[in-house]
Design a protein around this ligand. Structure first.
Ligand code: GLA
Length: 403
């Protein structure tokens, strides 16, 4: 079932009433530009086909009650006035707390809420299920409470909720992609000024997603990578005071880091700087319909993750190595924070299902466990769902085939 009717049904079952608003948001696929967002760099991304939906109403009792079809644990309740207080570690309701707290900090008088969520996304797999959750709820609340938020502000609220929800100092990539993703298109974002452009997904190409099955607590590694990048930028700024982030830095500047920072920090910076350059070249490949060139950039990105940023792992490498050796695949890489989660494989549409099945067979034979795979075209961004349409139950809905 699509996530929207599922959230709608769940709301009715849990609260004995109909929701006032139904909204949904996609997962995000990071196509190229790894750990560049918080370094004010460039990213190519797109919305995934699979979505999360939120059915929402107000309540008079000043409490937020959340129920979920797929997230661990049952009903979650907290008082609006206590949204700032930390919830149990790892609890999905922390994202709801984070959202309510972020809205209150902006002067919104948040009433009691009833929220039912359902998702078709694999969780914590690098497809940004958390941003899909926060942005679907936020789009619903924006309409429910007539907030008139612009989508850039929504992305900042989502980022705040995420930082609070899991303690990861993530950038704006995930909520921005969930909010601005466009069906059939890749999104190019410049995180220096948040300007965006859309580029058509090349005809006849799709992404095959394959989950490594590895789940990693990102709080330590992700935040450490971010600190390393900031330290590298600061060290370069000592010689070039105009430098504010790694965005103003080229490969030639890396020499300034020799002896100034640990070698590992220099390699982290090299990854980020090279990723920005790869995104620029990927845009050229997209304009020239050069699928092989684009695929090679994905492989180069993964190699750089593996050697320089050290955010890959053997399970991710195995999936990417399969893609590198298979002529049906133009290129593959880890996608998202790394340390586990999914890989993306750029594959010809007509060959994608067979490719995904063979990949599954190969990994199952080697590791004894069949990976989750999906064939995915860029989907649509976050949107309000027609409540009546939410009741349609067409299992083959085009926009959620990636689940
Ligand atoms: C996670 C973060 C994003 C981004 C990516 C890596 O998905 O939430 O902000 O930093 O990792 O590119």
């Amino acid at each position: 079932m699509r996530s929207a009717p599922q959230a709608h049904d769940l709301f009715q079952t849990a609260f004995g009433d109909l929701p006032a608003i139904l909204a949904s948001a996609p997962g995000r696929i990071e196509v190229l530009g790894n750990h560049t967002d918080y370094n004010h760099g460039l990213v190519l991304s797109c919305a995934a086909g699979a979505r999360t939906a939120a059915a929402v109403s107000t309540a008079a009792d000043g409490r937020v009650v959340g129920v979920s079809a797929n997230l661990a644990g049952g009903r979650r309740t907290f008082a609006v006035a206590e949204a700032e207080e930390p919830g149990a570690p790892g609890d999905w309701a922390n994202y709801l707390r984070g959202l309510v707290a972020a809205l209150r900090r902006r002067g919104v008088e948040v009433p009691g809420l009833r929220i039912a969520v359902a998702t078709r996304l694999p969780l914590a797999a690098g497809l940004s299920s958390s941003a899909a959750l926060t942005t679907s709820v936020l789009v619903a609340l924006d309409r429910l409470l007539t907030l008139g938020l612009d989508r850039q502000e929504m992305a900042r609220i989502g980022q705040e909720a995420e930082g609070r929800g899991v303690g990861v100092r993530c950038g704006l990539l995930d909520p921005l992609t969930c909010l601005f993703g466009t069906e059939g298109h890749l999104l190019l974002t410049d995180f220096e000024d948040l300007s965006r452009a859309t580029l058509p997904m090349p005809d006849g190409l799709v992404f095959v997603l394959a989950d490594s099955g590895v789940r990693h607590d990102l709080r330590v590694e992700y935040n450490e990578r971010r600190l390393s990048c900031e330290a590298a930028a600061r060290a370069i700024a000592e010689k070039r005071p105009e430098v504010r982030s790694l965005r103003q830095v080229g490969l030639a500047d890396l020499a300034a880091l020799n002896g100034a920072v640990p070698e590992r920090v220099r390699r982290r910076a090299r990854h980020v700087i090279a990723e920005n350059e790869r995104v620029r070249r990927a845009v050229d490949c997209l304009r020239a319909a050069d699928s092989s060139g684009l695929g090679q950039l994905l492989l180069d990105s993964h190699r750089s993750s593996r050697a320089d940023f050290e955010n890959s792992c053997p399970e991710l490498d195995r999936l990417v190595d399969f893609g590198a050796a298979d002529p049906r695949c133009f290129g593959a890489r880890l996608s998202g924070a790394g340390f586990g989660g999914v890989t993306i494989h750029l594959v010809e549409a007509g060959l994608a299902s067979a490719y995904a099945a063979d990949l599954g067979d190969r990994i199952e034979a080697a590791a004894g466990r069949r990976p989750w795979t999906a064939v995915c075209r860029p989907g649509a961004g976050a949107r309000l769902e027609d409540l009546a349409a939410g009741l349609e139950r067409d299992p083959d809905q085009q926009d959620e085939t990636a689940s």
